[in-house]
Design a protein around this ligand. Structure first.
Ligand code: NAP
Ligand code: ZN
Length: 362
């Protein structure tokens, strides 16, 4: 896509992993000058998605080190380009996974740019000008305004940050399957982590019955009492899984590690749908019998479009839906990543980027 090549003259402090040990250390790098289509955002908070962990550890074999992770970015606009009309200095803004798309393919033209073949992500990707993208574990970001959303005034910034990836990733398939309009369906959420916990909140807010399907017995009480889950199925307990066979209309699988889809498919009613959004490094076990004997459907889904992301943010603002977060300082990123790897988080770590700033620059 033809653009004037911007100069990368702005020095920014951030945090990067330099090899597959995944250890994060302070890292200074350059960002482009704010172009005519850009907004510059002073980052206040950035969520730690499991995708960040996959990247810093090179789980998927695609990491370009040094990698500055982070695609659940919220902050305040500090500069806007001359073509930008929807954002002003001082606005609360969010950036998710997308940095650039081709703007011209059938998906870009149809506001489904998250399926553009040339989509480039906010980190570990290549921007229009050929530069490597660096994410939100940093003090500020320069983003094309077409990939920036507004953060409603009533949402706390820290608890809103994970909506930019975890939120939209679960919102989009729910919307796709008309679950915003219909009520009273029986929905299963597999994996109660960052994505899973916000999915439970959405499904309840949309008026459905929600079952959490989890490997962690310790999460049952809180899932029901705090997140509002109606049922909790321990996936390691065969008896419980058997007793819930053919009980669900729709299941969303958010699990980050290899597992079998067979027992999950058995939970679906005949013609039920399973949407996989988790991205383990190894292929999932996918037996055909539960698929064919239940006429079931398995699909995938990746994040959501920018239009959908704004719709979700506005809906969260309207209903006061936010994420359950544990805020960490910038010097606590490594410990947070270690705990995330051990499934020890309820339910999303969020980095307070300003914890690194002198008080005068907060
Ligand atoms: P997370 O917070 O770590 O949650 C993942 C959950 O999976 C855990 O809380 C755990 O839930 C379950 N789990 C972990 N290991 C397991 C195992 N060995 N067997 C069965 N269950 C296990 O991760 P997240 O940030 O929600 O991300 C989840 C996945 O989605 C990651 O792979 C991430 O890369 C991917 N992702 C995809 C998209 C997309 O667009 N499709 C977007 C964002 C993230 P229980 O304790 O309840 O079992
Ligand atoms: Zn993510």
């Amino acid at each position: 896509m033809a653009q004037t090549t911007p100069k990368h003259t702005q020095t920014v402090h951030g945090w990067a992993a330099h090899d597959s040990s995944g250890t994060i250390t302070p890292y200074t790098f350059k960002r482009r000058e704010n172009g005519v289509n850009d907004v510059t955002i002073k980052i206040l908070y950035c969520g730690i998605c499991h995708t960040d962990l996959h990247h810093v550890k090179n789980d998927w074999g695609i990491t370009m080190y040094p990698v500055v992770p982070g695609h659940e970015i919220v902050g305040v606009v500090t500069n806007v380009g001359s073509n930008v009309t929807q954002f002003r200095t001082g606005d609360r803004a969010g950036v998710g996974c997308l940095a650039a798309t081709c703007l011209d393919c059938e998906f870009c033209r149809d506001e489904q740019e998250n399926y553009c073949e040339h989509a480039q992500f906010v980190y570990n990707a290549v921007f229009w000008d050929g530069s490597i993208t660096y994410g939100g574990y940093s003090e500020f970001i320069v983003a094309d305004h077409r990939y920036v959303v507004h953060v409603p005034e009533n949402l706390p910034m820290d608890a809103a940050a994970p909506l930019l990836c975890a939120g939209i990733t679960v919102f989009s398939p729910l919307k796709d399957h008309n679950l915003l309009e219909s009520k009273g369906k029986r929905i299963g959420i597999v994996g109660l982590g960052g994505l899973g916990h916000i999915a439970v909140k959405f499904v309840k807010a949309f008026g459905h019955h929600v079952s959490v399907i989890s490997t962690s017995a310790s999460k049952e009480k809180e899932a029901k009492e705090r997140l509002g889950a109606d049922d909790f199925i321990l996936s390691t307990n065969e008896e419980q899984m058997q007793s819930k066979k053919r009980s669900l209309d729709f299941v969303l699988d958010t699990v980050s590690a290899k597992h079998s889809l067979g027992p999950i498919l058995e939970l679906l009613k005949v013609k039920g749908t399973l949407v996989v959004v988790g991205a383990p490094d190894k292929p999932l076990d996918f037996p055909s019998f539960p698929l064919i004997f239940g006429k079931r459907v398995v699909k995938g889904s990746v994040i959501g479009s920018i239009k959908e992301t704004q719709e979700m943010m506005d809906l969260c603002g309207k209903h006061g839906i936010t994420c359950d977060v544990e805020v960490v300082r910038t010097d606590g990123i490594n410990r947070a990543l270690d705990r995330l790897a051990k499934n020890d988080v309820k339910y999303r770590f969020v980095i307070d980027i300003s914890s690194d700033r002198p008080a005068s620059k907060l």
